[in-house]
Design a protein around this ligand. Structure first.
Ligand code: SF4
Length: 490
């Protein structure tokens, strides 16, 4: 999972020459929760006929500084915050990626290409190119340029939307997986596209500028709000958009798949609570998740299987659902765990060792609330179970009597190949285990999960990917599975 953003608009005297990069940077800060491994920015300056960029490891504020931004002049810019599922930590594998030949193109994307290896092999043989990185974005960059080259009558033919559509169609036809992509074509404008199933989110915003409209494309609507752009709409599955340097906007759906499959995990865990995805507020959805979970908990309570004294969220994501759960159960809501805000999320870190250290470091128990109490502990999901186990140990060490773990998601039993880093089923705590075994493993008295229909009810749409819950993948995952097993045996 990553965060992407792109900005384009006309320049006027009150703006600094690097205004687009500055706005992209500010927007990227609001998408920091989508990836914390690295960040990068790229601008195009029409007057100087040049791309300017910087990328580096670390959080946005560590990877990019004021001097980097001041260098990135021009009226369009893209930026990226990285959550690594592919490639290495080398700077060459970071985004944005850019090429100057056969014309200038820069790209960022959020997602994962499942058929990366076979596609790399086939395209490499067909076009005789050599990949310079391990990042799947490089493939899309090559494919984009190659198709435009083929479609363009001569190098003097201006690049138009008809060329862009062909290039987008080639990506939709060839790249199997999830991708929300934003790019710049020097002298032409900014483009964006979203995979045929619409697995990863991408939104379009617009605001009035002194010399004409300015546009923003971003992973989440919270970036639009923050920068003062009006939410225009979600970019559709299989749609490509081109916004030219003259302010013209072209768009067309050229590659939609029959099934829309928006990742349910965006609402449950990944997206910022202030965002709307597919015009469904993430915050309201999380309240709904608490409400439907309350029915399940009430049942266990009525059956005298549990007797909770209060509801306690695992900070931060599950806080919203916990408030609603407590309201619906008429139970007190207490913060029994305080999060150290300076430590990154544990699940997003890419090694088990890093994750365990992060869990141990980031939560402090509030003993006065915990001691001698039966706690209804709420988490948004349980992936590997590491975090839950550590937290329950911590609560028990601080005097908790009984702990019921209530989860605003069904059990995750299958791998994700679409950009969230759990492709290996065997890593998942719920894989091959029943609820009692899961409870025993994490040290809880009982675990209560949502079911699939609860999720559909809470989110309010059936156009979801829930493959990690029900094994119904929106695309062919055979190559993704082979890759995951190679990675496991490595
Ligand atoms: S498999 Fe799960 S995490 Fe991956 S895209 Fe689908 S719903 Fe999201």
């Amino acid at each position: 999972m990553c965060g992407v953003i792109g900005i384009i608009g006309p320049y006027h005297e009150e703006k600094v020459p690097f205004w687009a990069a500055y706005e992209a940077y500010r927007g990227l800060l609001t998408l920091q929760h989508r990836g914390q491994d690295a960040a990068g920015i790229l601008s195009f300056d029409k007057d100087r006929r040049k791309f300017f960029g910087k990328k580096n490891l670390g959080l946005v504020s560590q990877a990019l500084d004021q001097t980097d931004l001041e260098t990135c002049t021009g009226n369009m810019a893209i930026a990226h915050t990285r959550y690594a599922t592919m490639g290495s930590d080398e700077v060459s594998d970071l985004q944005p990626m850019v090429t100057g030949f056969p014309f200038g193109v820069g790209m960022v994307h959020n997602g994962n290409i499942l058929n990366y290896h076979s596609l790399a092999k086939r395209l490499g043989e067909q076009y005789d190119f050599q990949l310079l990185t391990n990042n799947d974005l490089e493939l899309m960059l090559h494919l984009w340029c190659q198709k435009i080259l083929e479609e363009r009558e001569s190098k003097n033919t201006p690049l138009e939307f008809k060329h862009v559509k062909k290039a987008a169609k080639a990506i939709f036809d060839e790249a199997n997986g999830a991708y929300a992509l934003v790019g710049l074509m020097g002298n032409v404008g900014m483009f964006a596209l979203r995979d045929p199933n619409g697995i990863r989110p991408l939104v379009l915003g617009k605001r009035a500028g002194k010399k004409g409209a300015e546009y923003c494309v971003a992973s989440e609507s919270l970036a639009l709000n923050f920068l003062g752009f009006e939410f225009e709409r979600d970019i559709l599955p299989g749609e490509v958009i081109l916004i030219t340097t003259k302010g013209e906007v072209f768009s067309e759906v050229v590659g939609a798949a029959p099934r829309k499959a928006h990742c349910m995990f965006e609402w449950i865990y990944f997206a910022g609570a202030e965002s709307s995805i597919e015009e469904r507020s993430v915050y309201s959805t999380r309240l709904n998740l608490g409400k439907v979970l309350a029915k399940k908990v009430q049942k266990a309570w009525d059956n005298k299987e549990i007797s909770p004294d209060f509801v306690c969220p695992v900070p931060d994501t599950s806080r919203t659902a916990s408030i609603s759960l407590a309201e619906n159960l008429k139970l007190p809501y207490r913060e029994g765990l305080i999060k150290n805000r300076y430590i990154q999320r544990s699940f997003i870190l890419n090694t088990q060792d890093k994750r365990e250290k992060a869990v141990a470091l980031k939560l402090s128990p509030v003993r006065s609330e915990i001691e001698g109490k039966n706690i209804l502990l709420v988490d948004d999901s349980v992936v590997r179970g590491t975090t839950s186990k550590k937290i329950i140990e911590l609560l028990k060490r601080n005097g908790a009597k009984e702990i019921t773990l209530a989860i605003t998601c069904p059990p995750l039993r299958y791998g994700c190949f679409y950009g969230i880093d759990f492709p290996e089923e065997s890593d998942l705590i719920a894989n091959g285990k029943d609820l009692d075994s899961i409870a025993k493993w994490v040290g809880a008295n009982k675990v209560i999960y949502l079911d699939e229909p609860d999720l559909v009810e809470a989110i309010g749409t059936e156009s979801l990917c829930m493959a990690c819950v029900n094994n119904s993948y929106p695309t062919d995952i055979s190559e993704g599975k082979v890759f995951a097993s190679k990675r496991r045996n490595h």
